[in-house]
Ligand binder design. Structure first.
Ligand SMILES: C[S@@+](CC[C@H](N)C(=O)[O-])C[C@H]1O[C@@H](n2cnc3c(N)ncnc32)[C@H](O)[C@@H]1O
Length: 457
């Protein structure tokens, strides 16, 4: 079977410079999928990254610009297609199209297999046993509760959407099947709003789902004048937003604010502007439920490090646990403390930079269990402090959206005498190569594992 991808979707940006650097088309066999969802082939000794190609496929490719230790190849045609190739559900998901989803052309079951393999490969590279990786849990598509869009003025209109893969071009997205309908419905009206704002040239628009309505943060080159402010406020009312704020060189300024809030573990929490949310409410609930189940066998105080708004703290506290929540940012920590206080939960909070000052010594000795969910850079300093501690929590839960840094941190824990029991991939990012994972790491032998089947639907 032969398939030639046809470019569709309106791209805003300069014509590609790749023509100058591209070589003649060659036929290659794709060996595997890379961490960004590209098909990987070999070009001599170097990797060739081919967006849109799948493992096992024979494809015609034009090798182009350098990327890291290899080159990017532009897919010309699929000469022999994988049995796992499917028609992408979104018409914008094609090479050169919207870069938001990179794996819509791969059957969902095969996506799960690939995500399990990506986590297993990261473990292998860190010297850990890849067999520790369990079958993934998955959140269905259409549930994304946060989105970072790019907008660009073209004449009198504004193109609003996601960037094309490996490009600064913006692809107009009027409907996105990956987004929760509460956010998807805003795409068209937002592009119209921005077109009417003379101070909007180019910039980001961030959306988060909340109650009583979504939060919208818009980058502007200058603070809005009175007319623009009125238009923004009217938009917030018409679209029933929970908050609309503009981000200009003078700072973040709410134009309309109805004190948006979300629910974590059944506990209402105020949403400070631009807070971190898990990609989906379903994923957040999965992580919270897993943390409650995995830490249930332990008696005593728990800690949630890199706690954010309390995605893990609040379900644990609502299940009757005493939790110490540590986080660098003041705003989410204050919201978490307020939410726990109103609900009468046993939560203490601490503002602290855990990269510079990880929990150590006596602080760790007093804990029965500990959860950490760091940014993509990982939690190496904390893993080292745990590895070196004389008395440690009996069980650790390590959560991460970066398999490489998760594996690195787990390897450090194992060097210090901890034992990784299982690593569970959680697919919160359908149609992409991104994957979240939760590792259960024990100090004491014989602790029961949670029944993961209970979390599969
Ligand atoms: C991936 S988010 C997880 C947040 C929360 N656990 C959740 O699931 O919603 C990582 C969190 O780490 C916080 N963070 C980043 N760097 C930090 C540091 N050096 N020390 C403490 N917290 C940090 C961020 O503010 C963010 O809230």
């Amino acid at each position: 079977m032969s398939r030639r991808p046809r470019p569709r979707g309106a791209a805003a940006g300069s014509p590609k410079r790749r023509v100058a650097t591209e070589s003649a088309a060659i036929d290659v066999i794709i060996d595997s999928l890379g961490a960004r969802g590209d098909g990987l082939a070999r070009l001599g000794d170097a990797p060739l990254y081919v967006a849109g190609a799948l493992p096992g496929e024979r494809v015609s490719v034009r090798p182009g610009a350098r990327r890291g230790d290899g080159r990017v190849g532009r897919l010309e045609a699929v000469l022999e297609a994988s049995a796992d190739r499917v028609a992408p559900p979104c018409p914008l998901a094609h090479p050169g199209g919207c870069g938001g989803c990179t794996l819509q052309h791969l059957a969902p079951a095969a996506v799960q297999t690939e995500k399990r393999r990506l986590v297993a490969t990261a473990l292998t590279r860190a010297g850990l046993d890849p067999a520790l990786v369990a079958a993934p849990l998955a959140v269905p598509p259409g549930r994304r509760q946060r989105a970072s869009l790019s907008g660009k003025r073209i004449g009198k209109g504004v193109v609003l959407g996601f960037q094309a893969a490996a490009s600064h071009d913006v692809i107009a997205v009027g409907h996105c099947p990956a987004l929760h309908p509460d956010l998807d419905r805003l795409l068209g009206p937002l592009a119209e709003l921005l077109a009417g704002l003379t101070t909007f040239r180019a910039g980001g628009v961030r959306l988060q789902r909340a109650n009583p309505g979504p939060e919208v943060l818009i980058d502007l080159a200058a603070p809005p004048d009175l007319k623009a402010r009125q238009e923004l406020a009217a938009f917030a009312e018409t679209q029933r937003l929970g908050r609309l704020a503009v981000n200009s060189p003078e700072g973040l300024e709410p134009v309309a604010d109805h004190a948006p809030w979300i629910e974590l573990g059944g506990v209402p929490v105020g949403l400070p502007p631009g807070s971190f949310l898990q990609p989906s409410a379903e994923g957040a609930a999965l992580l919270g439920g897993l943390a409650v189940a995995a830490l249930a066998p332990l008696d005593g105080r728990l800690a949630d490090l890199f706690a954010g708004l309390g995605t893990l703290t609040l379900p644990l506290a609502a299940a009757g646990r005493a939790v110490h929540a540590v986080e660098a940012e003041a705003a989410p920590l204050k919201a978490l403390a307020g939410a726990a206080g109103r609900a009468g939960l046993a939560v203490t909070t601490e503002a602290r930079d855990l990269f510079r000052r990880p929990l150590a010594g006596a602080e760790l000795a007093g804990l029965a269990g500990l959860v950490f969910d760091p940014p993509r850079a990982g939690a190496l300093a904390q893993a080292e402090a745990l590895a070196e501690a004389a008395r440690r929590p009996l069980r650790l839960l390590a959560v991460s959206c970066n398999p490489a840094t998760l594996a690195r941190d787990l390897a450090r824990l194992v060097d210090g005498g901890h034992r990784v029991r299982t690593v569970l991939p959680i697919d919160q990012f359908p149609w992409t190569a991104h994957v979240e994972a939760m590792a259960i790491v024990d100090q004491a032998p014989g602790l029961p594992l949670p029944d993961l089947e209970r979390f599969r639907n």
